[in-house]
Design a protein around this ligand. Structure first.
Ligand code: G4P
Length: 523
């Protein structure tokens, strides 16, 4: 039996971030295979094969072959308990992704060696930097010709503004890929070889110890020159800098051929942080403290069409969760017993009886929870820091196509909005529904789910991009201030918001109504 402290310290909770197609799904599946969490990885979500990654849940994801929602998976490896949170990798983006990054202690960034750093990675990366969490980089697809490794490192440092430390270095690439020179484990790992010959030890000078023919090749000489350069002019390895997110350990490999993945996993587990303290309104909360606490970072309805349920995802920040325990919802002060909880094992959900700091559990929800809610066991009751909310930029008017089906329309809209990927407003004058999102795809997902899950066909009328500004001094607002260029709406909490047509309309309004104080959410 392990102690509570050992249990917590064995947790590693991370998110995988990448640009679409860099190989996130492939990597996730390979990691899960090592953990024995899935038996058959298939070849990831196959647009062609019809097989889908276990992390791709929803219908729309299947149709499009993309991951839309973030999902959670857990597996055990070498005495560690690993929680992987998948983040949507598509161009389009939602608050869900940002919030997922709030629930982890580190991030793994997958980069396609041929493409280098792409826009989406940059966006996600910025959020990780904002939180100061450690970022590990896996440069993928070495079985194909890509950019030169030094060029990739330079890009990482220039575009992302982070220092890098290559833990290993490729010898050749594409057709000529021989393997990786493992600086950290002091060995060469061969690609396309039998398991028994996989590792070649190094001698004292850092060269392959045996008389392997590769030593005579220009590929080897070039790689050794690069490595010498890194030793002399590269960054120094620093655990502190990794922990503060200033230095990213870089690994090379190929997820598809399962090359370098195990080495990555084992090294990653040595350096990735165990659950970190979180800030609450009562101060910092130690993950090793006995009192159970956690926050909800995601709510999702109908995750599994066979279940027709809604699940709130909770990151445990301290103490131990036990099924049936009484927890208090800080927002309402209400205490309830949690009897239905679930943990996410790759291809199935199983009931969780116990979980500790660092774990992510799913709680069945009948509408009690909201994103950002804190749950605590016993006293004191406290609230974790607010999760970031982003100002939506795109808006559509939405209504039910069939007026006879208002009930399912309202139910659907209410539930999907509670999940947090889209925001809902009502125009003050006409009480029409307006939806706001950070990216276009959220609307498509909404429309699709309204039909698929609530049998409600919706009419969506795009009203384009707007600048949303909340009002501080609502008492000074007059009806006449609302116009076609500055539509006055209320958000879900009843707060007044202006949707300005453009920058010009915003400035014009501010000049004209100097007494009205407007503010922006994050974004
Ligand atoms: P994503 O989740 O980041 O979007 O990427 P995903 O894992 O789905 O991988 C995108 C594509 O890249 C897939 O091919 C996948 O097989 C391929 N891939 C992943 N890792 C490697 C690698 O190490 N080497 C090579 N050569 N390819 C890799 P696809 O043809 O788009 O997928 P599919 O149509 O077979 O589903």
């Amino acid at each position: 039996m392990t102690s509570f402290k050992e249990d917590v310290l064995s947790r590693r909770t991370f998110a995988i971030i990448s640009h679409p197609d860099a190989g996130k799904t492939t990597m996730t599946e390979k990691l899960l295979l090592f953990g024995g969490a899935i038996r058959d990885a298939g070849t990831v979500k196959g647009k062609k094969t019809g097989k889908f990654a276990t992390s791709d849940w929803m219908e729309i994801e299947k149709q499009r072959g993309i991951s839309v929602t973030s999902s959670v998976m857990q597996f055990a490896y070498n005495g560690f308990n690993v929680n992987i949170l998948d983040t949507p990798g598509h161009q389009d983006f939602s608050e869900d992704t940002y919030r997922t990054l709030m629930a982890v202690d580190s991030a793994v960034m997958i980069v396609d060696a041929a493409k280098g750093i792409e826009a989406q990675t940059l966006k996600l990366f910025k959020v990780c930097r904002m939180r100061g969490i450690p970022i590990f980089t896996f440069i993928n697809k070495l079985d194909r010709q890509g950019k030169l490794p030094l060029e990739l490192l330079e890009e990482l440092e220039d575009v992302l503004g982070i220092q890098s430390y290559p833990m290993n270095w490729p010898i050749g690439m594409g057709k000529e890929f021989f393997g990786i020179y493992d600086r950290f484990n002091k060995r060469v790992e061969q690609f396309r070889t039998e398991e028994a010959d996989r590792f070649l030890p190094l001698d004292e000078d850092g060269h392959i110890a045996s008389d392997h023919p590769i030593k005579q090749s220009s590929l080897y000489t070039e790689a050794m020159e690069d490595i010498l350069l890194l030793e002399e002019a590269g960054n120094e390895f620093s655990r502190e800098k990794i922990n503060s997110g200033e230095l990213s350990p870089v690994f090379f490999g190929s997820a598809l051929t399962n090359f370098g993945v195990q080495t990555f996993l084992e090294t990653y587990l040595q350096f990735a942080p165990a659950p970190q303290p979180r800030t609450a309104d009562t101060g910092e909360v130690d993950p090793l403290s006995e009192q159970f606490s956690g926050f909800i970072f995601k709510i999702q309805a109908n995750m599994n069409p066979a279940h027709r349920d809604r699940i709130a995802f909770l990151r445990i920040c301290s103490g131990k969760f036990e099924r049936g325990m009484a927890v208090t919802l800080a927002r309402t002060g209400k205490t309830t017993k949690v009897s239905q909880s679930t943990q996410f094992l790759a291809d199935d959900r199983s009931t969780v009886n116990e979980a500790v700091s660092g774990d992510i559990i799913g709680l069945y929800d009948t509408g009690n929870y909201q994103i950002g809610d804190t749950l605590t066991g016993g006293k004191p009751v406290f609230q974790y820091e607010k999760l970031p909310q982003f100002t939506p930029e795109l808006f559509v008017k939405v209504s039910a196509k069939n007026v006879m089906k208002q009930k399912s329309f309202h139910k659907g809209i209410e539930q999907l909005v509670q999940e947090g990927a889209i925001q809902m407003y009502k125009t003050v004058r006409t009480e029409e529904y307006i939806l706001g999102a950070v990216g276009q795809l959220q609307f498509e997902v909404f429309e699709h789910r309204m039909m698929g899950e609530y049998n409600s066909e919706v009419r969506m009328e795009p009203i384009g991009s707007k600048i949303a500004r909340w009002v501080e001094n609502e008492e000074d607002i007059k009806d006449s201030m609302s116009s076609s260029r500055s539509t006055l709406v209320r958000d879900r909490a009843g707060k007044l918001v202006f949707l300005f047509e453009n920058d010009f309309a915003l400035r014009w309004f501010q000049d004209k109504h100097e007494n009205i104080r407007l503010y922006n959410l994050m974004g």
